[in-house]
Design a protein around this ligand. Structure first.
Ligand code: 13P
Length: 251
């Protein structure tokens, strides 16, 4: 089974438009001629349209960092799937741990966002992952399974082909602490097993599962060598053109 590796940069709440366009151009240059892996960058909403314009016609695609569940309406502070498409986004990160743990989004809200993305043709990256307390309590698998079960409510097998999962252990995000290759592989294999239970094995074999949490040029090669790690979702290191270029060209 070959799954095209997906290398995604989550720029979080960094970079003004000029900075974002400059970095996007550097990422596009680093991705020139790259055909055996997909490269995605997720700028803040304010830079989305400018970045999409900057990478148009290159190998780089653009993702948003969240999406509303309605196409329009009285939802102050939210951005609709149609607006994201209009700005040039093709994908969207949903359920990032910062949305869950800092902004208080729950599984029900995340599942609505995911279904809205699918309905409007935005490809979702659904993030799951346990906190340090949950890992230490031995509940990593149950937490991740619950996030998958609730996040994927009413998602059909046909729609699953458009969904990627990102495993991001909360304790590894922005901490410099990466999950070991074995810890990451274990949870990725578990996620695939859960997906084969929810759907079927051949479908689960096609779904891309990304790892996120302090991915750096120094650890990307060994993470990507794990059989169930199909890509990476990179925060801090994606803001540095040279570091992200090295991650794109993982070996
Ligand atoms: P860091 O790579 O900065 O740990 O962030 C990971 C992340 O949250 C990507 O979505």
């Amino acid at each position: 089974m070959t799954r095209t590796p997906l290398i995604a940069g989550n720029w979080k709440m960094y970079l003004n438009r000029a900075e974002a366009v400059r970095l996007a151009a550097a990422v596009a240059a680093a991705s020139d001629g790259v055909t055996d892996r997909e490269v995605i960058i997720a700028p803040a909403f304010t830079a989305l349209a400018a970045v999409a314009e900057a990478v148009r016609g290159t190998a780089v695609k653009v993702a948003a960092q969240n999406v509303a569940w309605e196409k329009e309406g009285a939802f102050t502070g939210e951005v609709s799937p149609l607006m994201l498409l209009d700005a040039g986004a093709e994908m969207v990160i949903i359920g990032h741990s910062e949305r869950r743990h800092v902004l208080g989004e729950d599984n029900a809200m995340i599942s609505r966002r995911l279904r809205a993305a699918l309905q409007h043709g935005l490809l979702p990256i659904l993030c799951v992952g346990e906190t340090l307390a949950e890992r230490e309590a031995g509940s990593t698998f149950s937490v991740v399974e619950e996030q998958l079960a609730q996040g994927l409510v009413d998602v059909t097998a046909a729609q699953m082909d458009s969904v990627a999962i990102a495993y991001e252990p909360v304790w590894a995000i922005g901490t410099g602490k990466t999950a070991s290759n074995e810890q990451a592989q274990d949870v990725h294999a578990f996620i695939r097993a859960v997906l084969s239970r929810f759907y079927e094995k051949t479908l689960a074999e096609r779904v891309r599962i990304l790892y996120g949490g302090s991915v750096k040029p120094e650890n990307v090669d060994s993470l990507m060598a794990q059989p169930d790690i199909d890509g990476v979702l990179v925060g801090g290191a994606s803001l540095n053109a040279k570091a992200f270029a090295r991650i794109i060209h993982f070996q």
